[in-house]
Design a protein around this ligand. Sequence first.
Ligand SMILES: [Zn+2]
Length: 398
Amino acid sequence: MLGARVRWARNLRSRLAQDVAREAGLSVASLSRIEKADESFLSFEALSALSSALSVPMDWLTEEPRAYSSDQGTLFRANSKMTKRSQETVKTWKMLLAEMLATLDRSITLLPTTLVTRKGPVDPVEAATAVRDSMDLRSDEPVGHLMRSLESLGIFIGVHPFDEELHLRNHDASSGWYNLDTGRAVPIVLCREHSSWERTRFSVAHEAGHLAMHRHGSGADREAEATSFAAELLMPHEQLSREWPTRVTIHNLLPLKRRWGVSIAALIQQGYRHGLVSEDRRVSLFKQLSNGRDPATGQRWRIREPGADERQVERPLLIANALEVAYGTPPDLDALFSELPSTRDREWYSDFLPNFSCTWSRNLRNPTHRTPAVPPKADNVVSIIDYADLRRSQAHRE
Ligand SMILES: [Zn+2]
């Protein structure tokens, strides 16, 4: 039996070690030893007791992991506010996503990853500029759809409706590099489903910063670095300074918000970071932002900034496309499920699938990006072409 799987099952169940140990008739020390060991050999009775205490099939506990985390610890945004336990839970959800990708990578070759990564100390501005270049963006060009752009660099993004009430309310997104048993490494971003488009874009950009700069563990202040990276990726400061209003007010920043796809708060911070806003002005702007109200709804700007309803929240598409290529449109999820390490029913993996399933994703595809009025039969052809297009444009850049 594999220690990693026991730990994962316990994290996904949000169970304490002492409770599981008691139900399985083990001492806490033995359970901890089992969880830490790569592999332990238990009697059939002991294995059966443990699998029933964890409510997982025995098969699941004995199946070799298909993915391994390959970076130095998992990186969290707002990690100081997260308990160790919820960090472990999110980390385990990412493992499951990585295993699903490993399974997909067996049947189709996943899009290669071309994200530029750095070793050693990195200047976030320089790192973000390199990633913008790899997206073929001019310095005066905003990132249109951030998730789609990152996906075209082979970053796999998942969205999960983490239970806010449970214990994950401070978790916006986290990321990591995973080695798949198919022999390749994939960068993964896992976001909590969020209703704010500004916050979703910035969180994902922040995670892209970790993936690009901290794969090998460097960085004195990783959180600040990832945040500067995100700001530069979304609003390059040199261009921003050309467009910066002579008189900075919340109202005057709104056109910049619309153009660059960032929150007014993020604009103020980026302006401050690069000397466009003084400390005093920054404080007063944040005060206005926090006290101001939407004249129409009376809602506080602190909760919903001006422009909060002007864009849709971005959603990923790459994994959905890969599922369609591998399992048809709509994908035969039973076929996928039978290839995944067996859990009870469609448990765990199936929590991901509604988010990746094609009916869901098709509604969110950019209609201008696709030929309308495609006969339904040809749907899967469209997605294969799409996928092939993406790969071709990627190959072209290499
Ligand atoms: Zn972070």
